[in-house]
Design a protein around this ligand. Structure first.
Ligand code: 9WN
Length: 446
C-alpha cells in the first residue's frame, strides 16, 4: 500500500487555491461541475458550489442558484443538468433528452435533462443568507431582494418533490434513475438495476466519460451504462410525466438519503422564509416532519437507514453511506443516535484501520460490493463529508462533527480538488479540478 504523499497546503493556501478553481470553472452566470468530464451545470453540484462561493461573495453564490432555477420546469421540477452551449461533448447531451419536444413542462429557453438530483439547494440558500448578513449594506440589500424574488421557485421545487415524488405521502422521495440519487453506481441500486432490461433492439450511444477521464476502473461499467441510457429512453417514452413514470418505469426506488436531505432542506427553507417574512413555514415544517418520519421508518436497531424498491416493496439493506441518512434528517432518539454515531466511528466505517483519513467511504470496506476505486462503490466524496458534518451538527453531535471536519479538510490539503479519493491511499481519483470539491474545501477552510 503506497500512500499518496504530497506537500500539504496551509488553510489559507487551500482557500486561495479553491477560490481559484471556482474562478477558472466560472462561465459567468454558472460554474461548470468540472471543465472536461462535466462541462455543464449540475443541480446538486450547483448547491455545493453556492455554499463555497458564499464564503467569497454571497451575491455570486446566489447567481448560481438563480441560473439553476431559471431552468426550472413548469411543474416545479429542477433539472439535474442545465446544458451550456459550445461546451465539450458530454453524453447524454440535449438531443438525447429531447425535453422541449417531449414535455410541455420543459422550459423553452434552456436545454436541460429530465431528471432531478438531491435537493440541497435550500440548505445552500440559508448559508447564502447567513453570509449576506456579514456583507456590506448594498450587497446585503441586493441579496435579500433577490432571495425574495427566487422564493416562489424554491417553494415550487419543494412542492413538486413533496407532491409528485411522494404522491402517497410516505415521506420518501421516489427516484426514476440512479443518477437522481447522485450516487449513480452505488450498491444501493444493484438489485433494482437487475430488473432494468433494455429492449433487444436498443442501440446504446458511445460513452463520452471514458474519453474525458481515461480511467475505466474509476467509472461505472459498460453494463451499467447501457441501463442508464435505456432508462432515459423509458422516461422519454413516458413523456417525463410523473403520473406515467410512477407506473411504468422499470426503476422506481425510494431514496432514503435524498429524503433525509429534503427533510433538512425544508427546515432550512422555513428558516429563510421566517427571516424574510415570506410565510409557508407550517407547510415546509410539515414536509420536514413527514420526510423525517419516512427516513426513520426504514431504520434498523442501530438507526441505520435503508432504501426501498417501490416496484416490489422490498427494503434494500446495503452497507453504503446512505444508511447514515437519519443523522441528516434528525429525529432519532438519543440512544439510537449514539449507536449510529458509534457505527460511523467503527471499523466498518471511519474507524477502519486501513483508511488514510477517518472519513466515510461511499461503501463500507466490509461490504462484499466494496471497490476501492470505482466511483460510488468505495471512494470518499468530499461533499458527502460536508452533508454528514451538517447532519451531525444538526443532531447536536458536535464532537463527531468536529472530528469529521478536521479530517475532511486535511484530506483536501493535497490541493488537487479531485472528484473522489481512494480511501486507503488518499490518491485523488476521477475528474479534477472538480468544482464541488473546491467549494467544500473553501467552506471548510474558512
Ligand atoms: C451523471 C457532476 C455529477 C454529480 C453526480 C456524479 C456524476 C454524472 C455522470 O457527476 O454523475 O449525472 O456523468 O457520471 O455521480 O453525483 O452530480 O459532478
Amino acid at each position: 500500500r503506497r500512500l499518496w504523499v504530497v506537500r500539504r497546503l496551509s488553510r489559507a493556501e487551500i482557500a486561495a487555491q479553491a477560490a481559484e478553481v471556482l474562478r477558472a470553472n466560472d462561465r459567468g452566470s454558472l460554474t461548470v461541475a468540472a471543465p472536461r468530464l462535466y462541462p455543464h451545470m449540475w443541480s446538486w453540484d450547483a448547491a455545493f458550489i453556492a455554499v463555497g462561493l458564499a464564503r467569497i461573495s454571497p451575491s455570486r453564490a446566489l447567481t448560481e442558484l438563480e441560473t439553476l432555477l431559471a431552468a426550472q420546469w413548469g411543474n416545479g421540477m429542477v433539472p439535474h443538468i442545465v446544458f451550456s452551449a459550445n461546451a465539450p461533448l458530454y453524453e447524454p447531451g440535449p438531443d438525447r433528452w429531447a425535453s422541449q419536444e417531449t414535455s410541455p413542462h420543459a422550459p423553452g429557453h434552456a436545454a436541460t435533462s429530465g431528471l432531478i438530483q438531491p435537493p440541497v439547494h435550500a440548505s445552500a440558500l440559508l448559508r447564502i443568507l447567513e453570509a449576506a448578513r456579514g456583507a456590506g449594506a448594498a450587497e446585503r440589500r441586493d441579496v435579500l431582494a433577490r432571495i425574495r424574488a427566487l422564493w416562489p421557485r424554491m417553494l415550487a421545487w419543494h412542492r413538486y418533490l413533496a407532491e409528485r415524488r411522494d404522491a402517497d405521502g410516505r415521506g420518501l422521495l421516489m427516484i426514476y434513475h440512479g443518477w437522481e440519487s447522485g450516487m449513480d453506481n452505488s450498491p444501493r441500486w444493484d438489485q433494482p438495476y437487475a430488473d432494468v432490461v433494455p429492449d433487444p433492439d436498443f442501440r446504446p450511444f458511445r460513452r463520452s466519460d471514458l474519453a474525458a477521464l481515461g480511467e475505466q476502473a474509476q467509472r461505472p461499467t459498460d453494463a451499467d451504462y447501457v441501463k442508464y441510457q435505456w432508462l432515459i429512453e423509458e422516461l422519454r417514452q413516458a413523456r417525463y410525466d410523473d403520473e406515467l413514470a410512477r407506473k411504468s418505469l422499470s426503476f422506481r426506488v425510494a431514496d432514503v438519503f435524498a429524503s433525509a436531505i429534503f427533510a433538512a432542506a425544508n427546515e432550512d427553507l422555513a428558516r429563510v422564509g421566517e427571516a424574510l417574512g415570506l410565510g409557508a413555514g407550517d407547510e415546509l415544517l410539515g414536509y420536514a416532519a413527514r420526510f423525517r418520519r419516512g427516513v426513520l421508518g426504514t431504520t434498523d436497531e442501530d438507526g441505520f437507514a435503508a432504501d426501498v424498491d417501490l416496484r416490489t416493496d422490498t427494503t434494500l439493506r446495503t452497507k453504503t453511506l446512505a444508511g447514515f441518512a437519519p443523522l441528516l434528517a434528525g429525529g432519532l432518539d438519543a440512544d439510537r443516535r449514539r449507536r449510529l454515531v458509534a457505527l460511523l466511528h467503527s471499523p466498518a466505517w471511519c474507524g477502519n484501520p486501513d483508511l488514510a483519513y477517518p472519513l466515510p467511504p461511499s461503501t463500507s470496506p466490509q461490504a462484499s460490493e466494496f471497490d476501492v476505486a470505482r466511483y460510488w462503490r468505495g471512494p470518499q466524496w468530499p461533499p458527502m463529508n460536508l452533508l454528514l458534518i451538517w447532519g451531525l451538527e444538526r443532531s447536536g453531535e458536535h464532537d463527531a462533527a468536529d472530528r469529521l471536519r478536521e479530517a475532511a479538510l486535511h484530506q483536501l490539503t493535497d490541493g488537487v480538488f479531485a472528484e473522489y479519493y481512494q480511501p486507503f491511499t488518499a490518491h485523488p481519483l476521477g475528474s479534477r479540478p472538480q468544482s464541488w470539491t473546491a467549494a467544500v474545501a473553501l467552506d471548510l477552510a474558512c
